[in-house]
Design a protein around this ligand. Structure first.
Ligand code: GLC
Length: 487
């Protein structure tokens, strides 16, 4: 007898095997927590040349892709803490880079079709299929549109997590045709979107529960400003929408044990943090003076608030404070930031790269972390910054609004500085407040401490996911009892 809840967690990336951004971290950490809570969970990701872990062959089968058949091979990562499967196909997945290929729509269509086949063929019939972002959403369509033929599929409940609504994977109808479902599915109430195929819509329309990665993001998604054209589709499914904040791994991000930082420290030993700052400055070639050191660790893409960063950086540097930037992305901004180095020598260090070791040193060695994202469904860096005692200055949106308490309006109980209006003036005002408090050493120390002890571990989030899984089952039962089995 095995009464464990069975979950198949489907994602385009999963740390540590292959990771591009926050989605990879979540896929690497949440399933592990769920396993600890007694869930029988398995993860499945597409193959990639960059995955450098030993695997074991589990089987192969042909997958229908339009008029063709593609052979997919299933491999399992050896000794993974959570059972993790890789679906391989030499042509589509034998490449480097998770995203950014011309045929991404087709690649992920094959992945979804292969996951669907895997569910039918493998000896693991999940109670819950948990899908993430547009890349995996069509699995929901395949499960529901084929349940007449395969009755057992109607027993599966579907949870769909939206990490980033902006990227929807919209493609032309030919990609839809690859799935071999009936033409009638290509309708506005299912997956059609202005004459195109929208995989994100498949997730939203077919899942039993849809969730965003913070409560605020779950609400924001329903508005034209943050709905990216899908606010109406989401509004139709409002009763099924939830929000669950992501956590961060407490072991992975811990200034007491982090091997990469200059010296370990804890909230009751802040000398260690000072030492990190001193060493970081030295390494980056910044002047040795006691001014606040601001930091940015981010992909340099528009939604991270690049347009507000430029004037804010000028403000910070003009006033002789210091700044370190780590990240890469838009060339225009990369160049602009590099130019600051010539204008303000000794005050700013610009590092156009992604380098985890450096990122950790920056989290540990800087004082104030800047994250003015235009929108941010959850955000992980502000959580890491707080854990390392680096006070965040953030825009009041999504997960930033839900995790940082504004010190200016909650004197003595805040954990950072939050600005509401997305404008350079309000961002700079928040920065000024941070500098003022930095100069009041005693209250700064208290603020740092509050940020450090705030608990954003996975425990609570994983419990919330368990209750979402339960709700998804209830919703699915209701759907079936109302005869809403699609034909
Ligand atoms: C996406 C979102 C980010 C979130 C991450 C993990 O990258 O943009 O806010 O933290 O997914 O859910």
């Amino acid at each position: 007898m095995n009464s464990k809840l069975k979950v198949l967690y489907v994602s385009a990336e999963c740390a540590p095997y292959i990771k591009v951004g926050g989605l990879g971290d979540v896929a690497g950490e949440l399933p592990l927590k769920l396993k600890e809570l007694g869930v029988d969970i398995r993860v499945v990701i597409p193959g990639n040349k960059d995955i450098d872990y030993p695997t074991q062959y589990k089987g192969d089968y042909p997958v229908n892709l339009g008029w063709r058949k593609e052979t997919c091979i299933v491999r399992e990562i050896v000794n993974a803490p959570v059972k993790t499967f890789i679906i391989d196909n030499y042509h589509y997945f034998g490449r480097q880079g998770v995203y950014g290929h011309n045929d991404d729509s087709e690649r992920f269509a094959l992945f979804c079709a292969a996951v669907y086949e895997m569910i039918l063929r493998f000896d693991f019939m999940p109670d819950i299929v948990h899908l993430n972002d547009w890349h995996t959403a069509p699995v929901a369509m395949l499960l529901r549109e084929n349940e007449r033929e395969h009755g057992e599929l109607s027993e599966i409940s579907i949870v769909y997590t939206i990490h980033n609504l902006e990227y929807q994977g919209v493609s032309d109808r030919s990609v839809f045709n690859l799935f071999g479902v009936k033409d009638v599915v290509f309708k506005v109430d299912r997956v059609e979107y202005y004459g195109c195929f929208n995989p994100m819509k498949a997730g939203i329309n077919y899942a039993d529960i849809i969730n965003a990665v913070s409560k605020t993001s779950a609400k924001e998604m329903l508005t034209p400003r943050f709905g990216f054209g899908l606010e109406g589709v989401l509004k139709n499914r409002e009763p099924a929408i939830r929000g669950v904040l992501n956590g961060i791994s407490q072991n992975k991000w811990d200034p007491r044990t982090d091997k990469y930082i200059y010296c370990n420290y804890a909230q009751n030993d802040m000398e260690g943090k000072k030492k990190n700052k001193k060493e970081l400055r030295k390494e980056l070639g910044l002047n040795d003076s006691d001014v606040p050191l601001f930091s940015v660790v981010s992909r340099l893409v528009p939604n991270k608030g690049l347009d507000l960063m430029e004037p804010a950086f000028e403000y910070i540097l003009k006033n002789n404070n210091q700044l370190v930037i780590l990240g890469s992305g838009e060339r225009f901004y990369e160049k602009m930031f590099v130019e600051l180095t010539e204008k303000y020598p000794g005050l700013v260090s610009v590092n156009i790269e992604f380098n985890e070791e450096k990122a950790r040193k920056i989290y540990a060695g800087s004082d104030i972390f800047l994250m003015p994202s235009r929108y941010e469904p959850c955000g992980l860096s502000q959580l890491i910054a707080m854990r390392y005692g680096t006070v965040p200055v953030v825009h009041k949106t999504g997960g930033l609004a839900d995790t940082v308490i504004d010190e200016a309006s909650n004197k003595g109980s805040g954990t950072g500085f939050v600005f509401s209006k997305y404008s350079k003036d309000s961002f700079i005002r928040a920065i000024k407040k941070a500098i003022n408090q930095y100069n009041d050493r005693d209250s700064w120390r208290q603020l740092v401490k509050r940020a450090m002890i705030k608990d954003y571990s996975w425990e609570n989030s994983a419990l919330e996911y368990l209750s979402i899984y339960r709700e998804a089952k209830v919703m699915n039962t209701k759907r079936k009892s109302e005869g809403r089995i699609l034909i």
